[in-house]
Design a protein around this ligand. Structure first.
Ligand code: HPA
Length: 281
């Protein structure tokens, strides 16, 4: 079965379980899954029950699709994602994002945990992704082009623009909302590596020279297919640790998870206030 038919089968199943038609998709990264509890009138569907849906093998990625309302906006929230380092193909890694698009989401908020490359970004900082560098060695839109994934007229092309992959409109809204809440939201360039090893200090020095501000192992593939489908994207990184060599400290997955819990309140109030603004317009 081709990937489009698989995504259609998943969408058909989800539509049978939940009546809400989501206009906004949200993918929650490591340590940020708690945000799914904000969904009102929630229909919770474990990934395992959705046809063709990939299962996360990582601690801290729970694997549930939550549909319902946040601040009155119909949303579909992915609590947990799969990564290429788990051995999944590009089609599998991007399957959830494809399903969100076909479910009706014209906008996507992607979130992740990341290592801070700049010494002035303290762990616990939320960063706005302004752009990315895909150093994973794979492009998510690899393979035969599937025009049926177009969610807006003109999308679904073989070659597609990435100049405004991270929507300038949504970035402005996020900056303004963070400022209203008394927080600064620094913008940065996210560099994606394959993982699962964290980087070496020499790699981090190289990435800094390349213009990267934070490093992680996810997100870029989802954003590539979202742009292929024509979705408007907002990206947020939670800096959970200083990247290798920045402070000399050793990096642990546990601290990545722990920081997520610590910034939960700030992350939640920013997103809850942003969601109606992102959905409007
Ligand atoms: N490197 C890569 N991915 C990450 C890191 C890091 O330091 N922290 C959280 N995700």
């Amino acid at each position: 079965m081709d990937i489009f038919s698989k995504a259609e089968a998943a969408v058909t199943y989800v539509r049978q379980r939940a009546r809400v038609v989501p206009g906004l998709g949200i993918i929650l990264g490591s340590g940020l899954g708690g945000f799914a509890s904000q969904v009102q009138d929630a229909v919770v569907i474990p990934y395992a029950e959705i046809p063709h849906f990939p299962q996360s093998t990582v601690v801290g990625h729970s694997g549930k699709l939550v549909l319902g309302l946040i601040a009155g906006v119909p949303v579909a929230v992915m609590q947990g994602r799969v990564h290429a380092y788990e051995g999944y193909s590009m089609d599998q890694v991007t399957f959830p994002a494809r399903v969100l698009g076909l479910l009706g989401c014209s906008r996507l908020i992607v979130t992740n945990a990341a290592g801070g490359i700049r010494a002035d970004i303290a762990p616990g900082s939320l960063m706005l992704i302004s752009d990315h560098i895909n150093l994973t060695g794979q492009n998510a839109a690899l393979g035969p082009n599937e025009e049926r994934f177009a969610c807006i007229p003109g999308a679904g092309q073989r070659f597609f623009d990435m100049t405004t992959a991270y929507s300038p409109r949504l970035r402005k809204l996020a900056q303004a909302e963070a400022a209203r809440q008394g927080n600064t939201l620094i913008e940065g360039v996210y560099i994606a590596v394959l993982g699962p090893s964290y980087e070496t200090p020499a790699e981090i020095r190289a990435f800094r020279t390349l213009g990267a501000d934070m490093v992680g192992m996810s997100t870029v593939h989802e954003v590539i297919v979202a742009r292929h489908m024509g979705l408007e994207v907002l990206g947020l990184s939670l800096v959970t640790n200083l990247a290798a060599g920045v402070s000399g400290e050793v990096i642990h997955h546990e601290e990545v998870m722990d920081i997520g819990r610590r910034v939960e309140v700030q992350f939640t109030s920013l997103l809850v206030a942003l969601i109606p603004q992102v959905a409007a317009g």
